[in-house]
Design a protein around this ligand. Structure first.
Ligand SMILES: O=C(O)COP(=O)(O)O
Ligand SMILES: [Mg+2]
Length: 218
């Protein structure tokens, strides 16, 4: 038996919305457009960079015909935007406790590899994890269950839990047949009740106990 916990990244382990918003607003500024509020930009997050840019274009006067250059420009800004990101309180303690107890630890995010590596380096978080699956590691991404399954498979985990902050994470866990713990303080755009979850939590100090309760064969 090998136990493992896989985490979503944006809005779960890290408070990265300020940087995502800064990158998006820098793109808008470069095109002579006004910034959008951070909360509105938060509603674009969760399905990776293509859906993000589609939603940003739909909400502004960015030119959809310039999609590829806009994406290149956004990715450059996104990779460089790490200075405003913080690790949520209690994350490192919770992760260390789980590790000491023998849990394998993974990340399964829709964030693309470039910005993912940059931000993990900036907040020094990558070192705790046995496997990291980015949004572009596979041809499909969450809510397709394949990336989450791959994270558990790579760690040879037989009992697991997924921890995330969004309805996309909830659907991913459900489709992968994995119990789901919902972190309520992330980039959540729906009411807690509207997101299927086994348990919800607001403080990472509660997570290790919760994992012990929720974990089951996957
Ligand atoms: O990049 C996104 O769209 C969301 O990233 P997440 O899966 O880590 O929440
Ligand atoms: Mg998230």
């Amino acid at each position: 038996m090998t136990r493992g916990v896989v985490f979503d990244l944006d809005g779960t382990l890290i408070d990265s919305l300020p940087d995502i918003a800064a990158a998006a607003n820098a793109l808008l500024a470069d095109h002579g457009l006004d910034p959008l509020p951070t909360a509105q930009i938060g509603s674009f997050v969760g399905m990776g960079e293509r859906v993000f840019l589609d939603r940003l274009i739909a909400a502004t006067a960015l030119d959809a015909d310039q999609y590829d250059p806009l994406m290149d420009q956004f990715m450059t800004l996104y990779k460089a935007s790490t200075g405003l990101t913080t690790v949520f309180p209690g994350v490192v303690d919770a992760v260390m406790r789980l590790k000491v107890e023998g849990f394998k630890l993974g990340i399964c995010t829709n964030k693309p590899g470039g910005p993912l590596e940059a931000v993990l380096e900036a907040v020094d978080l990558g070192k705790w994890f046995d496997v990291i699956i980015a949004g572009d590691s596979l041809p499909v991404r969450k809510p397709d269950p394949a990336p989450l399954r791959l994270a558990f498979e790579r760690m040879a985990v037989t009992e697991g839990v997924y921890v995330g902050d969004s309805d996309v994470d909830a659907e991913t866990a459900q489709r992968a047949g994995v119990p789901f713990a919902l972190f309520t303080e992330g980039i959540r755009t729906k009411p807690i009740d509207a997101i299927p979850h086994d348990r919800a939590f607001e403080r990472f100090t509660d997570l290790p106990d919760l994992c012990r309760v929720l974990i089951r064969p996957i």
